[in-house]
Write a protein that binds this ligand. Structure first.
Ligand SMILES: [Zn+2]
Length: 416
């Protein structure tokens, strides 16, 4: 049997990092190669976007798409590729420092239920299909960045963690990113987190839109519409509550919304329902507005149930139950934060007018934890998101990829 001895000599000298400005960075030979690769990979990225989009990834059923991303992470040379306990796909691009990480993440899930046809159609320059932009683009851009870095053999100072995460949309409730950052050991090593979501070369989200989603269920005895008339009616109670909510004042600043999105209940036209429920979405740029409106919902429902019980001719009463079905922490990263400065510098270098946005994304979680985090979008344009007619136009998509590449490399540092 052979025994192979490998002697490794480690250099004690740390290489210096490129000065933190995008113009200088873009001239670094390896970085210049990576930027060219972003151009060369344009067609491939688009094809990849279609492939990913055509693998269904309904909420809580991201497994098949996750396995595809896992295979791609492996094929394109990331290390320690794995799927964690909650279903996130992780892959490492090791730099010299294994104690300093920048995370680049894109969510796997869509808003579409399992039976949705996910075929992508070409209509002129546009691709049309549910999820083609949100987040087919985010995932394809993530892979394009991996390939560009590997092709160009960029050596970074810090390490980069690529993440295709579960649970961004709706009732997924940011569970993928929450799980990732629950790991205290990892969290302390993360210097910055960039979430790629949807499309647009100029978007920068440093304000995280907080939200609270409630499901209210009103239950009663139920009965026959003729024989039991006079019993309190859960649908009527909810109708009273919703009517009151329609009159609640909603400020324009901080921008705030309250939406009664679902109302359901009852079994037949000649029955007094035994149950009715509603789902309500509250969002605001101001945390205090969320609290105020949640209290308003509870009050309106309690008052409505009381009124309905009072109006009933029988002693049986209705009861309301409140359940939180979504809670996204809000907050903001200051404009002076390094991650914001880096994107501004990159944008001015690339001739992009930064458009600041307030949105609810995976970046909410790190932002609420006080970490440096933003959400950006993959390159190109899109519209009709979250609909079956969602479209994507790849014009100038390379610009968006380069923007993310440069910002990522400025944050991680590149070795000379
Ligand atoms: Zn999204």
């Amino acid at each position: 049997m052979f025994a192979v001895l490998l002697l490794t000599v480690t250099m004690p000298v740390r290489l210096s990092t490129v000065e933190a400005n995008p113009a200088a960075l873009a001239q670094h030979p390896a970085v210049a190669r990576a930027l060219r690769a972003a151009d060369d990979l344009s067609e491939w990225t688009l094809a990849e976007q279609v492939r990913v989009t055509e693998i269904p990834a309904p909420p809580f059923q991201e497994g098949e798409r996750a396995r595809y991303l896992e295979a791609q992470f492996r094929q394109f040379g990331l290390e320690q590729v794995r799927i964690d306990a909650i279903g996130n796909v992780l892959g490492e691009y090791r730099g010299h420092d294994a104690n300093s990480w920048v995370v680049l993440a894109a969510h796997l899930d869509t808003v579409f239920p399992p039976e949705t046809p996910v075929r992508v159609a070409r209509e002129g320059k546009r691709l049309v299909g549910p999820g083609i932009s949100d987040n087919g683009n985010g995932l394809a851009t993530l892979l394009a960045v991996v390939r560009a870095l590997r092709t160009a053999k960029v050596v970074t100072a810090g390490s980069i963690l690529f993440v295709a995460n579960v649970g961004e949309e709706g009732e997924g409730n940011l569970r993928g990113i929450k799980h990732l950052l629950d790991d205290q050991g990892l969290r302390q090593k993360i210097r910055a987190l960039i979430a790629i979501d949807g499309s647009g070369n100029d978007r920068l989200t440093r304000r995280a839109l907080g939200s609270k989603r409630l499901e209210v269920t009103v239950r009663g005895p139920g009965g026959h519409s003729w024989g039991d008339f006079g019993l309190p009616n859960p649908i009527q109670a909810l109708a009273r509550a919703v009517t009151e909510l329609a009159g609640v004042s909603i400020p324009e600043k901080p921008r705030t919304v309250l939406n009664v999105g679902v109302i359901e209940g009852g079994t037949s036209v000649n029955s007094i329902p035994y149950q009715a429920s509603t789902k309500i979405d509250i969002r605001s740029e101001g945390a205090e507005q969320i609290k105020r409106l949640e209290a308003a919902v509870r009050q309106a429902v309690e008052r409505a149930v009381e009124a309905e019980n009072k109006a009933a001719r029988r002693s049986e009463i209705l009861q309301a139950e409140f359940k939180t079905i979504g809670e996204r922490p809000g907050g903001e990263v200051p404009e002076s934060a390094r991650i914001v400065q880096v994107f501004r510098a990159v944008d001015s270098h690339l001739g992009i007018q930064t458009q600041f946005r307030t949105a609810s994304t995976d970046a909410n979680v790190p932002i609420a934890l006080g970490m440096e985090a933003v959400a950006v979008s993959g390159g190109g344009r899109s519209g009709s998101s979250h609909s079956l007619r969602e479209w994507y136009d790849p014009t100038e998509r390379e610009l968006g990829t380069k923007r993310i590449l440069l910002a990522l490399l400025l944050l991680a540092g590149v070795e000379l």
